[in-house]
Write a protein that binds this ligand. Structure first.
Ligand SMILES: *Cc1c(COP(=O)(O)O)cnc(C)c1O
Length: 401
């Protein structure tokens, strides 16, 4: 008799955002007149930029012409996009990446989940708490041992280096989801130095790179000396350019990365992708390449500026209310703790019921998120201001739970 992968039963049963959706739906069913504002889920709301849409249309038209029709493409991505990535995201920052090191995909979540295919299940994995659930769940599914790195108010939600036995693999995500915090070059260098000294592999999730505003925050881990010898970087066009529906991202696997026996991770990942991944749609890759044109860049910057103005409104409004507020400077996320003793789900319920505002309970990202909520800037200026005004009408000195 066959056996299913029992590790899956160890993953928490319900996905956080399904739980939230169920609670919001139940509230709406009971209060059909409620005007609900969503600052919860991490999905963009601005439409695709014009440069991407035009490239999509042109690429679709090209498929109707026998001379330009594209059949199966290279699984690791088309050259026109890889060249644009290398120039736009790396060479322009003084980083040399070879075209054999860039792997275009349908987004960062798949690559982050699939990278485990080329890594032994014996590896011990270090993951921050709170965390983007994909790192934790995919490693539980694979049966790996996980070590949690607590991120607390005391360390500004930036993890300390592991004490004792070093992990084999370390997931880092900066700017961070959910806390919105970022690492400076010096802080990231501490992790690179630690990884090099202890033979660790860093899996660096750079999904929010486009939101960085501070000069001393690196846009790529390869800005740090030695990172090519210890880090894989995941990038996504989802939050950068509203590709959450279109789907495209990429992963950089430097050729210097070799395991304890000298096996090259780049070779394994290429083999893995060629065997198990179909590649991203050529039409979508043209849309992604358009983001690197002067027009595309300008349009993407404008959309990010729009969201960051919302992040400022959320930060300021909650600070004035006496919340402890993190993030929202290099990130579309604001991470906040109320000025009263209230847990994450209580605060979620309070804001849903009294303000009709949906947020994400911090504890859903890990035990260290208890007491916090995550708010996103992915809404209109008008709705964001309205949500903050509603929250401001609550008197936190006089809340009874
Ligand atoms: C949204 C997100 C991703 C990416 O997503 P894709 O849409 O799969 O490219 C990756 N990491 C983090 C931390 C995210 O929040």
């Amino acid at each position: 008799m066959y056996k299913a992968n029992r590790n899956f039963s160890l993953v928490s049963e319900s996905y956080l955002f399904s739980t939230i959706a169920r609670r919001v739906d139940a509230y709406k069913a009971a209060h059909p007149e409620a005007d609900i504002i969503r600052l919860g889920i991490g999905d963009v709301t601005r439409p695709l930029c014009q440069a991407a849409v035009e490239a999509l249309k042109a690429a679709a038209d090209a498929q109707a012409d026998a001379n330009t029709f594209t059949g199966y493409g290279p699984e690791q991505g088309h050259r026109f996009l890889i060249d644009a990535i290398i120039e736009g995201d790396y060479r322009s920052r003084g980083i040399e990446i070879d075209l054999s090191e860039v792997f275009v995909s349908d987004g960062a979540k798949s690559d982050i989940g699939n990278i485990g295919d080329i890594l032994s299940v014996d590896n011990v994995v270090a993951i921050t708490d709170p965390v983007y659930p994909v790192y934790l769940d995919t490693n539980i599914m694979a049966g790996r041992r996980v070590m949690l790195l607590d991120c607390l108010e005391a360390n500004g939600f930036r993890p300390s280096l592991p004490s004792g036995q070093a992990p084999d693999i370390i997931y880092l995500c900066y700017p961070n989801n959910p806390t919105g915090t970022s690492l400076t070059r010096a802080e990231l260098k501490m992790w690179v130095d630690y990884a090099l000294a202890n033979g660790c592999l860093i899996l660096f999730d750079s999904a929010y790179e486009a939101y960085i505003t501070r000069d001393d925050v690196p846009h790529s881990i390869y800005e740090i000396e030695g990172a090519r010898r210890c880090a894989i970087e995941f990038r996504s066009f989802s939050k950068t350019a509203g590709f959450t529906g279109l789907r495209c991202g990429y992963t950089v696997v430097p050729r210097e990365l070799t395991d304890a026996d000298g096996t090259r991770l780049n070779d394994l990942w290429r083999r893995r992708q060629c065997t198990k991944f179909n590649g991203a749609s050529v039409v979508v890759q043209h849309a992604a390449a358009a983001l690197y044109t002067a027009e595309g860049r300008r349009q993407v910057r404008a959309d990010i500026g729009y969201y960051m103005a919302n992040a400022g409104v959320i930060r300021q409004g909650l600070s004035e209310l006496g919340f402890n507020v993190y993030g929202g400077v290099d990130s579309p996320y604001v991470w906040a703790k109320a000025p009263v003793a209230i847990d994450s789900w209580q605060l979620f319920d309070l804001l849903l019921e009294r303000c009709n505002v949906v947020v994400t309970p911090g504890v859903g990202f890990g035990k260290c998120g208890e007491g916090y909520i995550r708010l996103t800037s992915f809404n209109s200026h008008q709705k964001t201001r309205e949500a903050i005004n509603r929250i401001k009408s609550l008197n936190f000195n006089n809340i009874t739970i």
